[in-house]
Design a binder for this molecule. Structure first.
Ligand code: SAJ
Length: 418
């Protein structure tokens, strides 16, 4: 089939390349000209799509990349994989709206449109579908088919590769579901049909709300049991020996990334909009996680006090600036907030993270240094935020005068654990 994948990011590009590999003629559409230039050159910027795979489908002509909407003229299936960020706690759906208009203007009778972008329950039928009808003049369910299928990309996850991860599929009616399921059956090992787009939209939000709530639980547990003199990390490890009914999460300096701090708030926003009541679990979890940077800073202050060191003017080294273990992404990382709070207290903050691309150094709100023995030894306090495998933990243990370990990886008289 002729397939368009609108949005060639970490969700759209793997789908486009895989669809091309299984025999579809795929146009990868993106408004970012730099991305399109790199794609045409066979230079993949997505971790799980090797450039060799991209070049292979470019060479056969099964895949092409473009920013030119004229190339979207005759698709059988269009999949929308554009970003859905939050702006001040409110979902920003402008990318979906813009893309829906672009797709709608080229929609022909008999074609199908699938939304994959994470969004609130009802978005496919309340926002996407009317735009498609208005811009095309066609009738959904009669002239064209529509559905929702959430992404479950786990970048770098070797256990659950792209096609091995079960794929939820939905349609506004039986025919839409049949065609959409058939498309994804050719790409994924398992598809999971549900009764409609709202269920699929909600399932996606539930998956990440589950994580957000349970991470906030162990975060609050860590802060409270520390005061009680009980080691939460050890208790979590012990609880994790239960072979059923428990899932291990670990405390951290805060919840970053573009999924967990964002997706669940689509749910709480919709509930507030429609019902006028708060979604208390989401709001509480978000609040606990947002205050973890404050807790980390308080622990640093206490650690300096205990060592008779004035906070003002002290030199602090933050290790691990990206949002999660071994990640390269800085989005919503707690390190930024922690640096801001420590700077406001008059400390001199430096940051080290070998995973942050040089091109992203300018996004840091602190001077960037190497995680060298000299930098570690010169700091009045070291804070291990992310225990990347590229860090020399033994060197840190040996050279740090005082280290707050937010990942429970270090030991020694100079080490305190979050
Ligand atoms: N975090 C903790 N403690 C934990 C787990 C995570 O503090 O026990 C923190 C991380 O440091 C990070 C944030 O939470 O700052 C989010 O971590 P995450 O492991 O949830 O990673 P994400 O944000 O990349 O989540 C994505 C999600 N994938 C999709 O939405 C398709 C999530 O559902 C996946 O479970 C996760 O990847 C994954 O497992 O890789």
């Amino acid at each position: 089939m002729d397939v368009v994948v609108a949005g060639q990011g970490y969700v759209g590009l793997p789908l486009a390349v895989r669809a091309a590999e299984v025999g579809h003629r795929v146009v990868g559409y993106d408004v970012d000209l730099n991305r399109i230039k790199r794609l045409i050159a066979g230079d993949s910027y997505v971790e799980d799509v090797a450039s060799s795979r991209l070049r292979a489908v470019l060479d056969t002509g099964a895949y092409s990349a473009t920013a030119d909407t004229a190339a979207l003229a005759s698709f059988d299936i269009a999949v929308i994989t554009v970003p859905t960020p939050l702006r001040n706690g409110v979902p920003d759906l402008t990318y979906i709206e813009t893309c829906a208009r672009t797709v709608g203007e080229r929609l022909r009778p008999g074609a199908t449109v699938v939304l994959e972008s994470t969004t609130y329950p009802g978005c496919t039928e309340e926002l996407l579908l009317p735009i498609l009808e208005k811009t095309s003049g066609l009738k959904s369910g009669v002239d064209f088919l529509v559905g929702f299928s959430p992404e479950r990309i786990a970048p770098g996850n070797k256990r659950w590769s792209f096609d091995a991860t079960p794929k939820i599929v939905s349609g506004i009616d039986a025919k839409s579901l049949e065609v959409i399921k058939g498309f994804y059956d050719g790409i994924f090992q398992t598809t999971v049909p549900v009764s409609g787009p709202r269920v699929a939209e909600l399932a996606k939000l539930l998956e990440n709300t589950f994580r957000l709530v349970n991470i906030s639980l162990v975060n609050e547990l860590a802060t409270l049991t520390k005061a009680l003199g009980v080691n939460a990390w050890e208790a979590i490890d012990a609880a994790a020996t239960k072979p059923f009914g428990f899932m291990r999460f670990t405390p951290g300096p805060g919840v970053g990334g573009h999924c967990l701090p964002v997706d669940p708030l689509f749910l709480s926003w919709k509930v507030e909009q429609e019902l006028g009541v708060p979604f208390r679990f989401v709001n509480l979890a978000d609040d606990v996680n947002r205050h973890m940077p404050d807790y980390v800073v308080q622990r640093v202050v206490d650690g300096l006090d205990k060592r008779g060191l004035p906070v003002k003017g002290s030199r602090i080294l933050l290790l691990g600036l990206t949002y999660k273990y071994n990640a390269t992404d800085l989005r919503n990382s707690p390190s930024g907030r922690i640096a801001e709070l420590l700077t406001d207290l008059g400390t001199e903050v430096r940051g080290a993270d070998p995973n942050v691309p040089e091109s992203d150094t300018s996004k840091l709100n602190m001077p960037r240094v190497d995680a060298s023995p000299q930098e570690v030894a010169a700091a009045d306090a070291v804070v291990l935020l992310m225990d990347h495998t590229r860090f020399d933990l033994a060197m840190i243990e040996k050279n740090a005068r005082y280290v707050l370990d937010c990942r429970n990886r270090l030991s020694g008289a100079n080490v305190e654990t979050l």
